[in-house]
Design a protein around this ligand. Structure first.
Ligand SMILES: Nc1ncnc2c1ncn2[C@@H]1O[C@H](COP(=O)(O)OP(=O)(O)OP(=O)(O)O)[C@@H](O)[C@H]1O
Length: 736
């Protein structure tokens, strides 16, 4: 805003166009130049209105016919606007200069004594800049906006700015300007509005409660520039002549007061609702089409799953029905055959040996009754199984009815139920089958008994030793080969049953050789290799552990890569009982002098030590036994001069575990480790490692406190016989 005595250069300062001499351009031209350089016309916009206030009326300088424009004040924000004025969008500097020129021609001026071109109106140029704001919007978004993901990515925000350039009409002393008539009226009106401006400035400078902005249109128009939220600059112009000392002084005084006015600057940013709505519409369209696309993918997927499910149901139903039918026929035939055989045997027995057995007949009578009872029991079980089959069949029929499977979840549930029922049925079939096997065995024993004309007192079922001895005939009856071939059965339940039978057989030393000869060891190792069931793996490992008790089998196990398989199982398995079996098998192998190097090379020691992670005392006990066995062999080797270097156990890092567990509260673990320590200490090469690993203290404890006399004296002897131990004990002042 330029304020000053008439003719002192306000218009010159503000409105000079000066196209030829750029250095003489006024603030209006320069301001627009700066604005154009700052904004991007692609996203921002500049518009201009140019008005004059003349004799308390507002006239549009760009459309002079529009001469009664009203002032609008926003009661909330206090913003002042003149919506009636022409608003011209500016795209370049040239069009703006043209616009100023148009405005200038309409500006009311007069020739006064003080200024031949004296402006008789207040000219007000309003430049509106609307700029888009990027990256600052987050601060203005509410939590609800964040919650709805729709608003977040758009963030349309605009910053509105208004630059108001005011070229006030000059204040004048009427006698000096020589105004008369109409010009006198003009001068009075100009002075009145300037004095209203002065009063407002005074009130603002003194922080008065009341600021008389409504006294004139000029102050109403400038309301938001004075003491509001705008940045306001005032240019005061004065004449250098001493003649105008009075005016100059009052102008400077005006400027001084104006400097006291404090404005509270505020940036005006707001949502660009139009752009927001446009962007939301685009986003909505995108979401709708994405939703439609996903719905289609989902529908296709559901259809595909349904089709797959239907196919699967049909397939499962077919396979299952076939398997059931086969199983039923097989069981029926076996059952009929066994009944027939038994009946024949009973008839023949009664015919041939009735008189012989008459005196001892009670036992055989009782056995036959037992057998009949078993058979009846089997019939009963078979009936139950058939009922179960029928129930399952009817469920499958229901399943096959159209519309029975509405969705994949229901289908999965039905499949699960079906699978569990199938499993139950198979288990029952398995029980039936094992009972049949048991009955066959007993019938065989009965037959042999009757054949020998035996008496009740020698019935095999009453003599455990005899029963064990009868296992070998079981090989002949059932056929070991057949049992072993069942290890490769496709039916996992049959495999489980068969491996259990083999493991039971392998528990008897007398059978081990035959099992190995018949290829049982290879089959068991194969099961360990291609396991898919923890039970199979556990039982197979147990059977191998039993076979590994025999020295010649140990070599076979090693030759067939058994230690690698056991090591792999040791690394994979989590079940403590499986690990116990594996550790037991390796522990047995550890006791074979000939296999030491190979066992260690194939990772046997590492596998053994790896199993301590399980923490189960049974497993730890087997590990400790293996270590003790291994240490014992090494100690034998060192005595015989076949072993010279330090213990492979120490090399494989077993010492720290040994020391940690030397005083384990579980008796078996402690005993094995105590022995292992004694064996290791036999070899002088090991001693320095044992001392640094803390084993000396454990040996001293064993030599002093072990409850087993033989181990106690072995430890004491060992400590005394080692020169290195003796030196260390002297150094530490240890006495036993
Ligand atoms: N700095 C300047 N250099 C050269 N000439 C100037 C300067 N300031 C003002 N003039 C000249 O003085 C005369 C009066 O200036 P101007 O019209 O800008 O005064 P004013 O304050 O606007 O007067 P009024 O209030 O009567 O309109 C003009 O002819 C202008 O060219």
């Amino acid at each position: 805003m330029a304020y000053g005595q008439t003719g002192t250069g306000k218009t010159f300062t503000l409105g000079q166009l000066s196209e030829d001499d750029k250095s003489a351009r006024g603030i209006m031209v320069r301001a627009m130049e700066d604005i154009l350089a700052e904004v991007s016309l692609e996203t921002d916009s500049i518009s201009v209105s140019y008005i004059q206030l003349y004799m308390e009326a507002i006239q549009d300088l760009l459309d002079p016919a529009n001469d009664n424009i009203s002032i609008v004040e926003d009661p909330k924000t206090g913003d002042v606007s003149v919506p009636g004025a022409t608003l011209v969008e500016i795209r370049d500097q040239q069009s703006f200069i043209e616009l100023l020129r148009v405005g200038e021609t309409h500006r009311i001026a007069a020739n006064t004594k003080l200024n031949t071109e004296s402006s008789r109106s207040h000219a007000i140029l309003m430049i509106h800049v609307k700029g888009s704001v990027v990256g600052r919007e987050d601060a203005l978004l509410s939590e609800a906006d964040y919650a709805s993901n729709l608003v977040k990515p758009l963030k349309p925000l605009v910053r509105r700015s208004k630059l108001v350039l005011v070229d006030l009409a000059g204040s004048e002393r009427i006698h000096k300007s020589g105004s008369e008539g109409h010009m006198l009226e003009e001068a009075k009106s100009i002075n009145l509005s300037l004095s209203a401006l002065g009063k407002c400035i005074n009130a603002l400078a003194e922080n008065s409660a009341h600021v008389p902005v409504r006294d004139s249109k000029l102050t109403r128009l400038l309301r938001d520039s004075l003491g509001g939220t705008a940045r306001t600059s005032l240019i005061v112009t004065i004449g250098p002549s001493p003649r105008h000392r009075g005016e100059t002084a009052s102008t400077i005084l005006f400027g001084q007061r104006a400097m006291k006015v404090e404005n509270m600057l505020k940036i005006k940013e707001e949502f660009d609702y139009k752009s927001l709505s446009r962007k939301l519409e685009i986003q909505l369209d995108k979401l709708i089409s994405e939703n439609e696309r996903q719905q289609k993918v989902f529908d296709d997927e559901v259809e595909r799953i349904n089709l797959q499910a239907q196919n699967r149901i049909s397939e499962v139903e077919r396979n299952f029905a076939d398997a059931l039918e086969k199983e039923r026929l097989k069981c029926q035939m076996e059952y009929m055959e066994s009944i027939k055989t038994l009946e024949e045997k009973m008839v023949s027995h009664q015919r041939n040996g009735f008189s012989d057995h008459k005196c001892n007949g009670e036992g055989s009578g009782a056995s036959v009754a037992e057998l009949k009872k078993l058979l009846e029991n089997e019939v009963h079980l078979r009936k139950a199984a058939e009922e179960e089959i029928n129930k399952l069949k009817s469920q499958l029929e229901q399943l096959m009815q159209p519309g029975a499977v509405r969705d994949s979840e229901k289908f999965h549930k039905i499949l699960e139920e079906e699978a569990s029922q199938k499993k139950k049925l198979e288990e029952e079939t398995m029980i039936l089958r094992s009972q049949l096997m048991q009955m066959t065995l007993e019938a065989d024993q009965m037959r042999r008994f009757f054949d020998r004309g035996g008496s009740r007192n020698s019935l095999p079922s009453q003599d455990i030793n005899l029963q064990k001895a009868q296992v070998a005939p079981l090989f002949e009856q059932v056929g070991l080969q057949k049992i072993l071939s069942l290890l490769e059965s496709e039916d996992p339940n049959v495999r489980i049953h068969a491996v259990k039978v083999v493991a039971n057989l392998a528990a008897e030393e007398a059978n081990q050789e035959r099992i190995v000869e018949a290829g049982g060891l290879s089959s068991l190792l194969m099961l360990l290799r291609s396991f898919e069931d923890e039970t199979i793996r556990r039982v197979a490992a147990g059977a191998i552990a039993n076979l590994a008790m025999n020295e010649s089998n140990q070599e076979l196990i090693m030759a067939q890569g058994g230690i690698s398989l056991l090591s792999k199982t040791a690394a994979d398995a989590d079940d403590p009982q499986t690990l116990r079996m594996v550790a037991g098998a390796i522990a047995n192998l550890c006791g074979n002098d000939k296999l030491q190097m190979r066992l260690r090379l194939d990772g046997g020691i590492k596998a053994l030590l790896g199993m301590v992670r399980c923490g189960h005392p049974d497993v730890l006990s087997q590990v400790a036994r293996g270590i003790a066995n291994f240490a014992k062999c090494e100690s034998r080797g060192s005595t015989q001069g076949t072993k010279s270097g330090r213990s492979l156990l120490i090399e494989d890092g077993a010492l720290s575990w040994i020391v940690q567990n030397a005083n384990n509260e579980a008796g078996p673990i402690r005993r094995h480790i105590e022995l292992a320590l004694c064996h290791l200490a036999q070899h002088e090469v090991n001693v320095k490692y044992m001392i640094s690993g803390g084993a000396l203290w454990e040996l001293v404890r064993i030599a002093r406190d072990c409850s087993r006399e033989d181990i106690r004296s072995l430890a004491a002897r060992t400590l005394h016989s080692s020169p290195t131990f003796r030196i260390e004990m002297r150094r530490l002042r240890i006495e036993l």
